[in-house]
Design a protein around this ligand. Structure first.
Ligand SMILES: [Zn+2]
Length: 197
C-alpha cells in the first residue's frame, strides 16, 4: 500500500484507524507494548495486500512462444498461498494447483506462482480468486485449456463463527479442454489426488 493514490488515506490516518480499533476492543493504544502496533499493522498490510500494486497479466506477459513444440499438460501442484477474505479480513490459507495445455506459448513456472500471489494478496473470496487466476492465464497465454483448484482453510470459520477447525474449502475453475475433455481433466485431478507422485 502506498500513499501515491490521492484517494487513499495517508499513513497517519491509517495508523489512527488502528488506534481506534485498539481502543474499541478495550485496549489502551498508548500503553508501551502497543505504541508501535499501528505502524507494524500497516507494515503487515503492505505484505498481505501487496497484490493491489501488481499487474498479474503483466507478470505473464513475458511468455515465450513455442517450447520445442511442447503441447502436453504443464502442472504446478501445491503452490502455497495466503489470502484474506473480504467479509472478515481474516486469513484463508491453502494450496493452489494450476495446469494448462499450451498452444503457442509457455511461461516460466515461477510466473504462475507470482500470478497466484498477485491475486491472493488482496481481499478475496475463494471462488473469485480461483476464477481470476484461471481467466488471467487463459487471456494472456491463450492455451488450449487451463485448470485451477484451490483448497484452503478460512480462519473466519476455524477460529470464530462455526469453529470448524478441519474444514477445507475446495474450489475449481476449468476452461477449454479441461472443461470439455474428461481425459485431460482426469489427468490433472489424478495428479492432485496422488500429491504429484
Ligand atoms: Zn470470512
Amino acid at each position: 500500500m502506498s500513499d501515491k493514490d490521492s484517494n487513499r488515506p495517508n499513513t497517519e490516518q491509517a495508523e489512527e484507524a488502528v488506534r481506534v480499533l485498539l481502543a474499541w476492543m478495550g485496549e489502551d493504544p498508548e500503553r508501551k507494548g502497543l505504541r508501535r502496533t499501528p505502524a507494524r499493522v500497516l507494515k503487515s498490510y503492505n505484505d498481505w495486500f501487496a497484490g493491489y500494486d501488481e499487474d498479474p497479466a503483466a507478470i505473464l506477459g513475458s511468455s515465450f512462444p513455442d517450447a520445442e513444440g511442447y503441447r502436453e499438460q504443464v502442472t504446478l501442484l501445491d503452490i502455497d498461498f495466503e489470502s484474506h477474505c473480504e467479509h472478515h479480513i481474516a486469513p484463508f490459507i491453502g494450496k493452489a494447483h494450476v495446469a494448462y495445455m499450451p498452444d503457442q506459448r509457455v511461461v516460466g513456472v515461477s510466473k504462475l506462482v507470482r500470478v497466484v500471489n498477485a491475486f491472493a494478496k488482496r481481499l478475496q473470496v475463494q471462488e473469485k480468486l480461483t476464477e481470476q487466476i484461471a481467466a488471467c492465464i487463459d487471456e494472456v497465454l491463450q492455451p488450449r485449456g487451463v485448470a485451477v483448484v484451490l483448497e484452503a482453510r478460512h480462519q473466519c470459520m476455524t477460529t470464530r463463527g462455526v469453529y470448524k477447525k478441519n474444514t477445507n474449502m475446495i474450489t475449481s475453475a476449468m476452461r477449454g479442454c479441461f472443461e470439455t475433455d474428461d481425459k485431460v481433466r482426469t489427468e490433472f485431478l489424478t495428479k492432485i489426488n496422488s500429491g504429484g507422485r
